[in-house]
Design a protein around this ligand. Structure first.
Ligand code: AMP
Length: 279
């Protein structure tokens, strides 16, 4: 049975009891509308910890767009059934007032790594992420936390903040889970129309081809230019960024001289999709 907990006080008691008996607690932070990508993190958490907490909190502080927050899919009953099936111990699903009570005044802001890419196009987003993740680590007191590479930059931001603030938790990054046609699983995919859903896999296909060209020696700049025009031709619009960055520190990379990551954000209809792959 997965127990639903809504207050940090109750969660703290539960976790304290586990820790007294020497158990290692793993946490998987999510915003719900769970899919197989989330479940892969849950399974990894199951393997690497004695007790697993999944958190579901659609964090208003990390949304820079009110309609994106409004339209964010929510289905707690369905999520709970999926967590039950994986033997998750606790679903921590606090309300907004529990996380941000009256008087709340602190912001965690990671500079540098959170500034380009998502940070440039979603002002304040990573402050919201860093703040809520810090709070969830404090509330769950977990020893391990599992994050998806789907949100590559977020994973780097979380690693940075844990190191900078000496938070005693180990961050585990998990590979991106894709549909069979290559589309990265995302809670936002349910908002794609049938026609858009059919166009969506082009993003990963085109990126994969560009990464192959770069590995084979093509200049990064021209490979990305070609990929951008192909992405637009495939039905996307407003490519916010398509870049290759260093794995270490997310520095811009003009020549292929070290392990890189190709990252993209683009719109299909009114749905903003992000993805990234190794180069
Ligand atoms: P979200 O609910 O979108 O905030 O995601 C919660 C966690 O699940 C984050 O660590 C994401 O990176 C991760 N995640 C989301 N989609 C995927 C996916 N397709 N594969 C692996 N992890 C994912």
């Amino acid at each position: 049975m997965t127990q639903i907990i809504r207050t940090s006080a109750e969660l703290r008691d539960r976790v304290a009891a586990w820790k007294r008996s020497g158990m290692l607690v793993g946490v998987v932070p999510t915003m719900g509308a769970l899919h197989d990508g989330h479940m892969s993190l849950v399974r990894e958490a199951r393997k690497q910890s004695d007790r697993v907490i999944v958190t579901i909190f659609v964090n208003p502080m990390q949304f820079n767009n009110a309609s994106d927050l409004d339209k964010y899919p929510r289905d707690e009953a369905h999520d709970l059934a999926m967590l039950e099936a994986e033997g998750v111990d606790v679903l921590f699903a606090p309300g907004v007032d529990e996380v941000y009570p009256d008087g709340f005044a602190t912001k965690v802001s990671v500079s540098g790594i959170s500034e380009p890419l998502e940070g440039a196009f979603r002002p304040g987003h990573f402050d919201g992420v860093a703040t809520v993740v810090s709070k969830l680590f404090g509330m769950t007191q977990a020893g391990r936390a599992f994050f998806g590479e789907k949100d590559w930059q977020q994973l780097q931001v979380v690693r940075r903040l844990v190191e900078d603030l000496n938070i005693p938790i180990r961050i585990i990054g998990c590979p991106t889970i894709r549909e069979t046609d290559g589309l990265a699983m995302s809670s936002r995919n349910v908002r794609l129309s049938e026609a858009e859903r059919a166009q969506a896999p082009a993003l990963h296909r085109i990126m994969t081809a560009a990464a192959e060209q770069i590995r084979a020696g093509a200049p990064i700049g021209s490979a990305l230019e070609q990929a951008k025009s192909e992405i637009l031709a495939a039905g996307f619009h407003d490519i916010e960024y398509l870049e290759v960055r260093s794995v270490e520190g997310l520095r811009p990379m003009e020549t292929f001289s070290e392990p890189g990551r190709m990252l993209v954000a683009a719109y299909l209809g009114d749905v903003r999709l992000i993805d990234n792959i190794a180069v």
